[in-house]
Design a protein around this ligand. Structure first.
Ligand code: CDP
Length: 261
């Protein structure tokens, strides 16, 4: 049987018609679908499909801190656990959390912490568990985005949502939302996140080669994409609350009808 090597990189990342290998324009996001309230056992939860990324986030809190010695007397703490399932990538990913998962957990925590009012919850913890079921580039950004949605679903007071996306450079051109293959075969990858209450960048990482003059082009493209991602997050939350409102209106009408008969 021939050995299958799935991770071979293509030599060019644009098609003859000028589109990217998956048919996207340079500023086009992969299809994004989000849902909230998907995990019954969590205080809040969300699921996201972003291209071929499939990610769950479950939130608990405020609750007692375990282990106790991590508790802070003057504020709550935020703990984020980003995990990639062994079957989420082609290569054999070790089941135990590695250095990459610890780093990404820390990054996501840094992105989310500014939007919470941790000072109002001394001695407690908020925990965010993120499970990447399928990975295809940009999972730290997709995880940050879905984690913010799960926190909102839990009803935890927040200053705003946070949204994240990676911009990058492939075949010398600046593009938004790198797929797995573009991430690996491209020249540069710049994941960034924004907190909407103050419109500040809460994550800016960089990997690869970039001319400093290109930075503003990168950020303009990211800003536009982040706005579109934020809209999707808001629509998902609005539709959750509209459904609750419709159900409660229905209950009130039913009670009124019962009272009349
Ligand atoms: O996912 P993200 O872009 O935030 O992080 P990365 O470390 O730059 O990884 C880029 C992509 O490489 C991931 O999204 C996965 O698709 C892939 N990957 C993999 O195939 N095997 C791993 N052990 C880790 C990542």
């Amino acid at each position: 049987m021939p050995l299958i090597i799935k991770d071979e990189y293509p030599e060019v990342l644009f098609r003859e018609d000028g589109k990217r290998l998956d048919g996207r324009e340079k500023n086009e996001l992969r299809p994004i679908k989000m849902e909230v309230g998907v995990i019954k056992n969590a205080d809040g939860s969300a699921y996201l499909e972003w291209g071929d990324n499939k990610i769950f986030a479950a939130v608990y809190g405020p609750r007692e801190v375990h282990p106790h010695h991590l508790a802070k007397p003057d504020r709550g703490i935020l703990r984020v656990f980003y995990r990639m399932a062994t079957f989420s990538v082609f290569d054999r990913k070790r089941p135990a959390p590695g250095r990459r998962e610890k780093e990404i957990s820390m990054i996501i925590s840094d992105c989310i912490e500014p939007i919470l009012f941790l000072e109002l919850y001394p001695g407690t913890s908020f925990e965010v568990f993120i499970e990447v079921i399928n990975a295809d580039g940009g999972t730290r950004c997709a995880s940050t985005t879905v984690a913010a949605l799960a926190l909102a679903d839990a009803g935890i007071p927040m200053k705003s949502l946070v949204s994240a996306v990676a911009v990058g450079k492939i075949d010398g051109k600046i593009v938004v939302d790198l797929s797995g293959i573009e991430d690996k075969a491209g020249e540069a990858d710049l994941p960034c996140a924004i907190t909407w209450y103050n419109k500040e960048i809460s994550l800016l990482q960089f990997d690869g080669d970039m001319d400093l003059n290109e930075m503003s082009e990168f950020l303009d493209l990211a800003k536009d994409a982040l706005g579109r991602i934020h809209q999707i997050q808001l629509e998902v939350l609005k539709s959750k609350f509209l459904t609750i409102q419709e159900k409660s209106d229905e209950i009130i009408v039913n009670k009124e009808n019962q009272g009349e008969s």
